[in-house]
Design a protein around this ligand. Structure first.
Ligand code: NOJ
Length: 493
């Protein structure tokens, strides 16, 4: 039962979804209270972002105890209740697994800090003496600046993200054993799968050589990481119906290596996150995604947004045009075969929020705008997200994007998503693993699901265009005199 092959997985950024206890931060009991909404929306599975014990330097991606729930998000009882209820609502539950690094507050790192250079405590991380009064090599952190922080005793430690996220040493057997323990712990609690954070990370090349311009990035995509995926896959495959998806930032030609039969079930890509609203560019990205999984047993995967990038409405130009384009792209994505990942709030057409510097909390300074809590109902400050003060302010204008109102309005973005998800799971046209492209006016494209009559047409040009033949099942914006307007998509059969 490979449920993920054509599943729609809904990413819950737990901190911003629903707060059940009035502290202004979303929590697991809050997610549980919204399962009815998620069932109504029509998604198949959830991906919960990290809810583990954490000092929150990177809002949970700095894990201090991977087998415990941070009190801000609840406790294990709340987690178990969420899983039980999600299953009763017909929803699978997948969770984040952070294996590349821990928090600097993890007991291992605290022990390493308090131990001497060369000690076994330090051997769980990458500690090295400096070079010429500087860091041990020239690696940069993904968040900016050197990937090394100095200790008072002359050692430096490696962190490919923030200094509060020291990288684990994957040549150390204790590191393997601990991740295995974590995976078993959550499988035993009934989760249906994992999303591996930085799945192209973890293993590092021997000797940690300098990065050389024009050569492959030594920080990532090192051969040894495939053994980690084999270990994870074997654990997950122990029980039928469980899956492992990995966040992969690797060149296309390296992608399929992660999808060998004993590695990841699904590779998640950034492909469509970087592509402008252009028929040519979107089509090329889609074709590349199919090519990247060709010859593997994995479906392609599709993502328009997540908690790390500006929301599509904003990326595509903002305002009504950005919204129309984001809705059109939703039909493109949901019309494709494969696994679709939606990010909470995408179904409401939320834009990014330009937050003042003093309220931003993200270590990169750039990602708070897509993490503003969900406006469920009512008005400021809590909008049904919290009875307290939301951890990031919800803009007053979001009074016109409320879930409660969009549920009632048949023309809302939420209604387009609901109808699309309903058709995707019930209409016989959504079959086959491939698409066929056919002729379309300049600035447009149209594809058919191979072996079926279902057609998806996108108009990214400036003029209304005639629709391909067929009965219209759904459009992202109303048709104009039978024509597909600019910035719109349609499904026909
Ligand atoms: C990728 C996650 O999506 C991002 O939010 C996080 O900051 C980094 N990995 C580090 O864990």
């Amino acid at each position: 039962m490979q449920w993920w092959r054509d599943a729609v997985v809904y990413q819950v950024y737990v901190r911003s979804f629903t707060d059940s206890d009035g502290d202004g931060i979303g929590d697991l009991t809050g997610v549980r209270a919204r399962l009815g909404y998620l069932e109504l929306l029509g998604v198949d599975a959830l991906w919960l972002t990290p809810f583990y014990t954490s000092p929150m330097a990177d809002h949970g991606y700095d894990v201090a105890d991977p087998r415990a729930v941070d009190p801000v998000f609840g406790d294990l009882e709340a987690f178990d209740a969420l899983v039980t209820d999600a299953h009763a609502h017909g929803l699978k539950v997948t969770i984040d697994l952070v294996g590349n690094h821990t928090s600097a507050d993890h007991e291992w790192f605290r022990a390493a800090r308090d131990s001497a250079p060369g000690s076994p405590e330090r051997a769980r991380y990458h500690f090295r003496p400096g070079r010429d009064d500087g860091p041990p090599n020239n690696w940069q952190s993904v968040f900016g600046g050197p990937a090394w922080t100095a200790m008072p005793d002359g050692d430096w430690y490696l962190h490919l993200f923030s200094p509060e996220q020291p990288d684990l040493n994957w040549t150390n057997p204790e590191v393997w054993a601990d991740l295995e323990k974590t995976v078993r712990f959550w499988l035993d609690r009934g989760v249906d799968g994992f999303r591996i954070d930085v799945a192209h990370g973890m293993s590092k090349p021997d000797g940690l050589p300098d990065a050389v311009p024009g050569e492959p990035d030594p920080r990532f995509d090192h051969e040894g990481v495939h053994d980690v995926h084999r270990m994870l896959r074997a654990l997950v495959d122990h029980t039928a119906g469980r899956m492992v998806a990995g966040q992969l930032c690797v060149p296309d030609e390296r992608f399929a290596r992660y999808l060998r039969p004993d590695e990841l079930h699904v590779g998640l890509t950034h492909r469509l996150l970087d592509v402008p609203f252009s028929a040519e560019a979107v089509r090329a990205a889609i074709e590349d995604a199919f090519a990247a999984v060709a010859g593997t047993r994995s479906p392609p995967s599709w993502t328009l947004s997540n908690h790390d990038v500006p929301r599509p409405v904003t990326r595509y130009g903002g305002g009504p045009v950005g919204l129309a384009r984001a809705r059109a792209m939703a039909l493109v994505l949901l019309g494709l075969p494969g696994t679709v990942y939606l990010y909470n709030g995408e179904e409401l057409g939320l834009p990014d929020v330009d937050l003042p510097a003093e309220v931003r909390q993200d270590p990169t300074g750039h990602r708070d705008g897509c993490r503003v809590p969900i406006p469920w109902e009512g008005g400021p400050p809590g909008f049904g997200f919290t009875t307290g003060e939301p951890w990031l302010p919800i803009p007053d204008e979001w009074a016109d994007r409320l879930v409660a109102d969009q549920l009632e309005d048949t023309t809302s973005t939420l209604s387009v998503y609901r109808r699309a998800l309903e058709l995707r799971s019930s209409h016989p046209g959504f079959t086959g693993d491939e698409v066929e492209w056919f002729g379309a006016p300049e600035g447009c494209f149209a594809f058919r699901r191979a072996g079926s009559t279902l057609v998806c047409a996108l108009n990214a040009s400036a003029e209304p265009v005639p629709l391909p033949p067929g009965d219209v099942l759904l459009t992202s914006s109303p048709l104009h005199g039978g024509l597909l307007p600019p910035d719109a998509a349609a499904w026909l059969a």
